[in-house]
Design a protein around this ligand. Structure first.
Ligand code: ADP
Ligand code: MG
Length: 699
């Protein structure tokens, strides 16, 4: 059946090839459907008028009603512009037009009354409007709806004359064209049970609501559908995985596990024990485990990984632990050597800097089964790596790997391994289940005893000397200090310059040979990096200057001070990760957030949150609220960002839970969606499943 929404956007009246090109490039709109599902991000109630006096810097759209006093052209040639002076009883603002001057000047008559709609900007000491919408009072009176949708736009679109008004007009053309032709996507029985309005109605009202109630009804219907289909898709894939992928069974808890367990110098935390039980239940179930382990930095995930690996090994299978950086892989290798009986277990380290000859030997031994446990980086997913019988794959700091990279671990062995992915980024459970596909989620919500909260303060540039003095005091009493610089792709060059300058300043302040300063960043050779990292890890360097990308997960218990440069440039979860590098030993620890003097209100809020709490979950939630899940650290670069049109995984989390339950109930009674009443769902899912193809292979 032909679906009108599949038409290319260039066929929409008012669009044409040139605008079609722009819409594709700027807003990713290619089809009628894309256009129809580009919803307003805000609505303005146009029955409300602002007074000029009340305009402030909050950047919202406002509507004014008043008289144009004068219209004049100023400037010459390219600087030419039209300025209309507009006032109401409370004040005067300028309306400024750089384009379409001739047309605008014909339309605007001094002395007449108009309604002006736009976003005020502040320039040269007063507010003005650049390219506002201006309607004569008559036209304004003819409006059918008082709610006006505001759509995202870009500078290019504005310059090409596709203003909000024009865009809205195109949406209206589309609605008219599609009237009576939009197919329902949800079965009637669900619409009825959830009191949801039909799709055509929702799609019209989301663009052109008559009133706030119609808008809410439309939003609810569209959000629910989006979340429901998302959950249905994920849960269905989980059903398939459970059916198709048998899991190897780790029948016994054997000698190697017991050896490590009995030789620990500390008791496991309650949370570690609980998670180990959850993992144990998975690996004896006969189904493949696909589990996400969340735990704050320093909560002891590595040990859980090692104890899980030992269960595989005790049952005659191999295990691997993959880490995102060389430094981390080395550190895990160190931990493994500390915790396991290396007389009995054959462990190897495979990274980018492993010598070719050694690599070749490791490949051979993995394939013939004479290595039990391999720790490594991306080197583990290279084609040459083959396992004889991989029973468990652990992926640490999983957000640092792409979906596709992770999925390669699947094909490395003739059996399907159990998968444990670990992350220190704490996110609400339902969100985790959604972002990370159909994984089960375990949480370590308890830190090992004796950890003291890291004292966190904000310090501005002018007090740098005091920070140096404090560092010196800590170093002189035997502690070590991290100094971390931001590294952001867009400003990479500048960032490196900052780091170099900072490194020089610190070397100047902390002179050799009394003080040793190590430095680690992405532009060094692996050898130099490893050398300096080792200096610091072994306590021979007092200060480690590093970029933020390098040091995820490094464990140096003797470090007691974390100085974060340009802290305002980091996101909350990143700041929290960095802070987690200290406070691991018995000493009191400090995190110093160096910032500029002038901060945006959002940065201020972030820094204040950091100083207030050390609870990762609390921070994660605040972070999500401030930035939205689309921005959530790691979700974008790992290809997991879910592009939702209207629902918000955080704000709509109650509805997300509801949708998940509903989806589960339907699958429980009709696992393959074969009932006639569900055939519509199968079709609707097709659209969703395309997006989630890689998802099923997340592990
Ligand atoms: P993360 O969860 O950030 O990966 P790690 O696994 O690196 O944390 O653990 C941090 C430190 O805590 C390590 O030095 C580890 O040996 C130690 N540790 C792990 N579990 C416990 C425990 N139950 N009691 C005390 N220390 C622990
Ligand atoms: Mg770790």
């Amino acid at each position: 059946m032909n679906n009108i929404l599949d038409n290319e956007i260039k066929f929409l009246p008012g669009v044409g090839p040139r605008r079609a090109d722009l819409l594709a490039k700027e807003l990713n709109i290619h089809t009628f459907r894309d256009m129809m599902y580009t919803f307003p991000f805000r609505y303005v109630d146009r029955s409300r008028f602002y007074a000029v006096r009340d305009i402030d810097g909050t950047g919202v759209y406002v509507q004014l009603r008043g008289v144009i006093r004068s219209v004049k052209e100023v400037g010459a040639a390219r600087a030419k512009r039209l300025i209309a002076t507009f006032s109401d009883d409370t004040g005067t603002v300028d309306l400024i037009f750089f384009k379409g001057i001739k047309w605008v000047s014909e339309k605007l008559k001094a002395g007449s009354e108009y309604v002006v709609f736009g976003k005020p900007s502040f320039y040269n000491g007063s507010y003005n409007f650049v390219h506002p919408e201006v309607d004569s009072i008559d036209a304004e009176m003819n409006r059918t709806s008082s709610m006006i949708g505001i759509y995202s736009s870009t500078e290019k679109l504005q310059n090409a004359g596709i203003t909000n008004k024009v865009f809205s007009k195109l949406q209206m053309n589309l609605s008219k064209l599609c009237a009576g032709k939009i197919q329902e996507t949800m079965p009637q029985y669900i619409l009825k049970a959830k009191s949801l309005c039909p799709l055509p109605e929702a799609l019209f009202n989301i663009h052109f609501p008559q009133n706030i109630h119609a808008l809410y009804a439309a939003q609810r219907r569209l959000k629910y559908e989006e979340l429901f289909l998302l959950q249905l898709s994920l849960l269905k894939q989980k059903c398939v995985r459970m059916r198709e992928n048998e899991g190897v069974v780790f029948k016994k808890v054997g000698d190697n596990f017991n050896y490590t367990y009995d030789h620990l110098s500390f008791p496991l935390t309650g949370a570690q024990k609980r998670v180990l039980k959850e993992i144990r239940a998975d690996v004896v179930s006969g189904k493949q485990m696909n589990r996400l382990l969340q735990g704050d930095v320093g909560s002891g995930k590595t040990l859980v990984a090692i104890l899980s690996a030992l269960q595989a090994i005790d049952n005659g299978y191999q295990a691997c632990i993959m880490a995102p950086t060389e430094v981390l892989a080395q550190q895990h290798f160190g931990s493994v050597s500390k915790f396991v009986d290396t007389e009995k277990i054959r462990v190897a380290l495979l990274t980018g800097s492993t010598k070719p000859k050694e690599k070749k030997e490791i490949y051979e031994r993995l394939e013939n089964g004479t290595i039990d446990l391999v720790i490594g980086t991306h080197a583990l997913i290279e084609d040459k790596v083959r396992f004889s019988s991989l029973g468990l794959a652990v992926i640490d700091e999983q957000h640092r790997f792409g979906v596709e990279q992770r999925s390669r671990l699947w094909s490395k062995s003739r059996i399907v391994p159990h998968i444990l992915v670990m992350t220190a980024t704490p996110i609400p459970r339902t969100l985790a289940m959604t972002l990370y596909g159909d994984l089960d989620v375990s949480v370590i919500d308890e830190l090992p005893p004796g950890r003291k909260p890291v004292v966190t303060t904000q310090v501005t540039e002018s007090k740098r000397q005091a920070v140096y003095d404090f560092m010196r005091k800590e170093i002189d009493s035997g502690r070590q200090v991290f100094v971390v610089y931001p590294l952001i792709k867009e400003s990479e060059k500048l960032d490196y310059e900052n780091l170099e300058a900072g490194y020089d300043a610190i070397k100047e302040e902390f002179k050799a040979p009394q003080y040793i300063v190590a430095v680690v960043h992405g532009k060094q050779t692996n050898e130099n990096k490893a050398h300096d990292m080792k200096l610091f890890a072994e306590g021979r360097a007092h200060i480690l200057v590093a970029t933020s990308v390098i040091e995820v997960g490094v464990d140096v218990p003797n470090a007691s001070v974390m100085v974060i440069e340009s802290a305002e440039r980091f996101g909350l979860s990143q700041l929290h990760q960095l802070r987690g590098r200290v406070g691991r030993g018995a000493e009191k620890s400090y995190c110093i957030l160096m910032t500029g003097n002038k901060l945006s209100s959002e940065s201020k809020e972030r820094i204040a949150m950091m100083c207030q709490t050390t609870d990762g979950f609390e921070l994660a939630e605040a972070d999500l609220k401030m930035r939205g899940p689309g921005d959530f650290e790691g979700t974008r670069q790992s290809g997991l960002a879910i592009d939702l049109h209207i629902a918000n995984l955080v704000k709509d989390s109650p509805m997300l839970e509801e949708a998940r339950k509903d989806a589960q109930a339907i699958l429980d009674s009709d696992p393959e969606l074969k009932n006639p009443e569900n055939t519509l769902l199968v079709r609707s899912l097709q659209g969703v499943e395309v997006d989630f193809k890689d998802y099923s292979k997340i592990s």
